[in-house]
Design a protein around this ligand. Sequence first.
Ligand code: GDP
Length: 339
Amino acid sequence: MIPTIPTPDELLDKGFSRGKKQADLLRSQKIPKHLKGKRIEERRVVTSCQVIKDKLKSIIDAVPEIESLHPFYQDYIDITVGVDDMKQALGGLNWAYGIITQLEKEYGAKIRKNPSEKATAIQKQAYGRIASVVGKIKKDLDFLDFAKQNLRNMPTIDFEATTIVIAGFPNVGKSTLLRQITEAEPQVANYPFTTKGIQIGHTEMHWKHIQIIDTPGLLDRPILEMNDIEMNAIVALEHLADAILFIFDASETCGFHLDNQYNLLKQIEKIFSDVPVIYLFNKMDLVEDAEYLNQYIDDEENSIFISAIEGEGIDKINKKINRIKKIERNFDEEDDEYY
Ligand code: GDP
């Protein structure tokens, strides 16, 4: 998404050395003596400006327009590096591009107008100004380099697919389940505020593409304890989820009492208020008294007893998943509820 970002010195070196090379090519050419010095310095300044401008433009063009991205990515970029800072940095590069275009014209003309003896001095002036402009965007180049490092390994989301987000306390069996209901190894990508990253598994059901997302470290702990930024990381997921798979560890061997697990569920339901939930009671192979679970079941129709490790109940989950409808969210409209 973001190409390699040069430092100001690298950018100037590249421009000036190419300028020198191109100018040197003129030295062996037959040019009237009174014009030669001017031609050489003009070529030097113009080439340097163009090389620097080309590099700036290639960076500006390679970074996608943030507003054109899916809200999930807009949020992702905002949480990870800050959308405003990103816009400001790109604005800085645009500014430098404009000024260098002016300098190229201004100093090209100045060299042409003056006698050859003055050409070198004018070229030096031009270089001084170019260097000063490039120096002024140091913080922008630094920021884009920081953004490049931080936006590396962003999750690849298929926005056409039906998307299911897994939630539940640690060790309830989320990743075991993800592996049971998806094909191949899940994709592991970075996600803000999750140390283990986000895991995305894919499966096809009746020609429908389904992606299942597990977010270790995010939807597995009390939401009331989260800070604003972590909440934003959850809101980004809200743009994607067509359903939530909430996993209870019915055996409580994960170390969390069912009362607490139920509380987490309620918090998640509050945040994802428009998203349907499928309730999975996992590790049933370890449970003797299933009666006890009744108090935690609000919606019998959408509750399934499973054993992820033994593959028990997976077919029932698949049947439910198959019926999930993609939530239509119109992000393009101006009066969009999110923006
Ligand atoms: P996560 O942290 O929620 O992703 O949980 P994991 O999938 O890593 O599972 C935590 C532990 O529970 C692992 O040791 C799993 O083998 C175990 N586990 C997961 N599902 C079941 C199950 O259905 N029955 C039993 N007995 N153990 C399970």
